[in-house]
Design a protein around this ligand. Structure first.
Ligand code: HEM
Length: 392
C-alpha cells in the first residue's frame, strides 16, 4: 500500500476497507495526522485492537478516555519525572552487563545470534525491576520464565484474535504520596495492577524493537557504527557504567537513535475513533469514523523526507530538522496522548546501545535477509542475526 498510495500517488490520506465491511481512513502525512493526534479522540472499542487488550491491561492509561484518562495521566505523570528516572540508571547498567555477556557468549567463534529474543528479555528485565522491584533473573531463565511465558502468550492471543474476524463477536511504588485526585483518592489496587500491566505491555516490546533495530543499523552501516563508537569512547572511555550526564554528551548517538525510530518506526500505526466530526484536507470526516495514523508511512513520505529509505542520522544533526513540522517525526506519538514513557525509554536505549558499541564491533549476517514485519510493534520477518566481536 505504501508504494501505491504514498510513493506513487503521494497521498496524505486514503481509505482502506477492513475485512471489506468497514471503511478505515488511513492518514499518512503530518498535515493529516496532526489533525487527529492533536485531539483527544478516543481509542476505538469496536473490532480488534483495544477491545482485545482490555482483559489483560484493563481500563488503564493506554486505553482509557475522557475524565478517567485525564485523572490517571495526572496521577501517573510524577512517576516519570526526571528525578525519578535518574534513579533507574543502575538497573539499566546491571541489565546491560548481563546482556553483553549473553551476546559475547552467543557470538563465540564468530557465530551470529538472533537479536530480538535477547533484547526482549533484557527490556522486560528492566521494566520488572523498575516497575515492580522484581529481580527474576529473567535473562538467565529466558523464555521458560513464567512471567515471560505469560506476557508472550497474552500478546500471541491478542494478535491471533485481531487477525481472525471469526473471533470478533514500581513506577507506581515510587509514585509521590501526593498522587491523589481532587477527592483525595489515589489509584485503587485494581487500577495500579492495570497500569503496571500496561507499562509491561507498552514499554517492553517497543523498547526491544528499538534496541534490535539499533543493533541491525549499527551492523549494517559500519561508517555510522564507527562514528557512534568514537563519540561513546570519547565520553566513557573504559568505564563500565553510563550515567545520565554521559548520555547528555552523546549528541550523535541521539541522532542515531532518532533515525532508528524514524526508519524502523517501532509503533508503526495508532488508531482512533472520532468522537466529533473533523475536517481533513478540506473533507469533513463524520463522527464515529475509524482512523489509523500510519506513523511508518509519514516517516517515509517522499514529500516530507529527502531519501526516505536511506539511513542517515545526520538528518537530525544540529537544528536541521527544527524547521520541519513537529508532526513529521512522531515515534512516541504527539499531543495529549503522547507516550508517557518516552524519556524512560530513551535513557534505557542510550545506556544499552552506548555500552554495546563500546565493547563490541557489531556485524550482521550478510546472507540473512531482513525485512520489516508490522505486528503491534515493528519486528523483522525472519529476525535479525548479528555477531558481537570484542574490540581490542
Ligand atoms: C521506544 C519505546 C516506546 C515507543 C516507541 C512508544 C510509543 C508509544 C506510542 C506511539 C504511544 C501512543 C499510543 C496510542 O496513541 O495509541 C504510546 C503511548 C503510551 N506509552 Fe509508550 N512507547 C515506548 C515506551 C514506553 C515505555 C517504556 C512505557 C512505560 C514504561 C510506555 C508507556 C506508554 C503509555 C502508558 C502510553 C499511553 C499514554 C496515554 O494515552 O496517555 N511507553 N507509546
Amino acid at each position: 500500500m505504501y508504494k501505491e498510495y504514498v510513493e506513487d500517488k503521494r497521498c496524505k490520506a486514503f481509505v482502506y476497507w477492513l475485512f471489506v465491511v468497514r471503511p478505515l481512513l488511513t492518514l499518512t502525512h503530518p498535515d493529516t495526522i496532526k489533525v487527529v493526534m492533536k485531539s483527544t479522540s478516543p481509542k476505538s472499542r469496536k473490532g480488534a485492537g483495544i477491545a482485545f487488550m482490555l482483559p489483560w491491561i484493563g481500563e488503564s492509561l493506554l486505553v482509557a478516555d475522557g475524565p478517567k484518562w485525564e485523572r490517571n495521566r495526572r496521577l501517573l505523570t510524577p512517576a516519570f519525572h526526571f528525578s525519578i528516572l535518574n534513579g533507574y540508571f543502575k538497573i539499566y547498567n546491571d541489565v546491560t552487563d548481563t546482556l553483553l555477556e549473553k551476546f559475547a557468549e552467543g557470538s563465540k567463534n564468530g557465530k551470529y545470534v538472533e537479536v530480538f529474543q535477547y533484547s526482549g528479555l533484557a527490556t522486560l528485565d528492566i521494566l520488572l525491576q523498575c516497575a515492580l522491584s522484581y529481580k527474576g533473573n529473567i535473562q538467565d531463565v529466558g523464555e521458560s520464565h513464567p512471567y515471560v511465558k505469560a506476557v508472550k502468550r497474552m500478546i500471541e492471543l491478542m494478535l491471533h484474535r485481531c487477525l481472525n474476524i471469526n473471533l470478533y463477536p514500581e513506577f507506581l511504588f515510587k509514585l509521590s504520596p501526593s498522587a491523589r485526585d481532587e477527592s483525595g483518592k489515589g489509584l485503587t489496587d485494581e487500577e495500579i495492577r492495570s497500569e503496571v500491566d500496561t507499562f509491561m505491555f507498552a514499554g517492553h516490546d517497543t523498547t526491544s524493537s528499538v534496541l534490535s533495530w539499533s543493533i541491525y543499523s549499527l551492523g549494517k552501516h559500519k561508517d555510522i557504527q564507527d562514528k557512534v563508537y568514537e563519540e561513546v569512547r570519547g565520553v566513557i572511555g573504559d568505564k563500565q557504567y553510563v550515567d545520565c550526564e554521559d548520555i547528555q554528551k552523546m549528541k550523535y548517538l541521539s541522532c542515531f537513535l532518532k533515525e532508528v525510530m524514524r526508519h524502523h518506526t517501532p509503533v508503526p500505526v495508532i488508531s482512533r475513533m472520532l468522537d466529533e466530526p473533523c475536517v481533513i484536507e478540506g473533507v469533513e470526516i463524520p463522527k464515529g469514523s475509524f482512523i489509523d495514523m500510519a506513523i511508518y508511512h509519514a516517516h517515509h513520505h517522499p514529500d516530507v523526507w529527502e531519501d526516505p529509505w536511506e539511513f542517515k542520522p545526520e538528518r537530525f544533526e544540529g537544528d536541521k530538522h527544527h524547521d520541519m513540522d513537529p508532526y513529521s517525526f512522531t515515534p512516541f506519538s504527539a499531543g495529549p496522548r503522547n507516550c508517557i514513557g518516552q524519556a524512560f525509554a530513551q535513557n534505557e536505549e542510550k545506556v544499552l546501545i552506548s555500552r554495546l558499541v563500546n565493547r563490541f564491533e557489531i556485524t550482521v549476517d550478510p546472507d540473512h535477509e531482513v525485512e520489516h514485519f508490522i505486528e503491534v510493534v515493528m519486528r523483522a520477518k525472519n529476525g535479525i542475526m548479528a555477531c558481537f566481536k570484542e574490540r581490542t
